[in-house]
Design a protein around this ligand. Structure first.
Ligand SMILES: C[S@@+](CC[C@H](N)C(=O)[O-])C[C@H]1O[C@@H](n2cnc3c(N)ncnc32)[C@H](O)[C@@H]1O
Length: 284
């Protein structure tokens, strides 16, 4: 049966709302645009347009996936981050807008070399590579599966020559003057209160970090030998050694303390657009 855009959308919105999806119309519009190959604005302006059966079937399948609380980005297979469109799937965290603060910091500092620690889809590393053409970029992740996604994104975006990918954590023998790290920071106690989209679909190892959510950050900063040998190894001045960590709500103060204990003399905290203290920067 052929139905109009409006009929298809209204039915999907009702079903998504009943399933507890927080912004059902927005999601339904995105999925309909994906299923029909038509622009969202065009669909909104032409609610009478007929949806042909193949597109209607695709839309129905996408809505069924969304009803199981699969995130829209995994259904469409992509997510925008700065100027890039990244392929994403459940092997990687879906990049969040607040993580763009780390990229903005790199633009501000104009480092010679950046390490993106915990690269996931490659979001930070690839954005830095695209926006700072003279910066040497390394992307590391302990998850081999995530690195596959990041490497494929680099290839597709024509940035594969610009980023070196390493499996593991802090690399001991590399030169970079800025570490940007969005490591896992969810506390175990907060796990059950996360949205099903996060808890049931995104990789656990990209999110969870012990009882207070700080295990991954503590682990990184306790590795003093690597931390110090990594920083400016081939540089004469230690003044270039900067680390910036994304953190969760309420974690900026304890992370600042951990950075101070690790020997960083100057600590700065930056808030995201929601006013949440989101990035902690440590300078020597
Ligand atoms: C919160 S996700 C961030 C992904 C990506 N940077 C982003 O912002 O969208 C954390 C990533 O760090 C990786 N990871 C966890 N512990 C790590 C560690 N100690 N060293 C390197 N990567 C780690 C996870 O596999 C995951 O891909």
């Amino acid at each position: 049966m052929v139905s109009s855009t409006r009929q298809a959308l209204d039915a999907a919105v009702d079903a998504l709302r009943a399933a507890g999806i927080s912004d059902p119309r927005f999601d339904a519009e995105l999925l309909l645009a994906e299923a029909t190959g038509l622009d969202r604005a065009y669909l909104a302006a032409h609610p009478e347009v007929e949806i042909l059966p193949p597109a209607a079937r695709r839309f129905g399948e996408m809505v069924r996936r969304r009803l199981r609380r699969e995130p829209v980005a995994y259904i469409t297979g992509r997510k925008g981050f700065r100027h890039l469109e990244l392929a994403v799937d459940p092997r990687v965290l879906i990049p969040r807008p607040e993580t763009e603060l780390l990229v903005e910091l790199a633009l501000e500092l104009q480092p010679a070399g950046v390490l993106d620690l915990g690269t996931g889809s490659g979001a930070i590393a690839l954005a830095v590579a695209a926006e700072l053409p003279d910066c040497a970029v390394i992307a590391a992740d302990t998850s081999a599966a995530a690195l596959e996604v990041a490497r494929a994104n680099a290839e597709r975006l024509g940035l594969a020559e610009r980023v070196r990918f390493l499996e593991g954590s802090l690399p001991p023998d590399e030169d970079f003057d800025l570490i940007l790290a969005n490591l896992p920071y969810v506390a175990e106690a907060d796990w059950s209160s996360l949205q099903p989209e996060v808890r049931e679909w995104e990789p656990r190892e990209a999110l969870l970090a012990g009882p207070d959510g700080l295990d991954a950050i503590r682990g990184l900063l306790s590795d003093r030998v690597r931390l110090l040998s990594s920083y400016g190894r081939k540089k004469a001045k230690s003044a270039d050694r900067i680390i910036a960590l994304e953190v969760g709500e309420g974690q900026a103060a304890p992370v600042g303390e951990i950075l101070a204990e690790a020997g960083f003399g100057e600590i700065e905290v930056r808030a995201d657009l929601a006013g949440i203290e989101r990035v902690v920067i440590g300078r020597p």
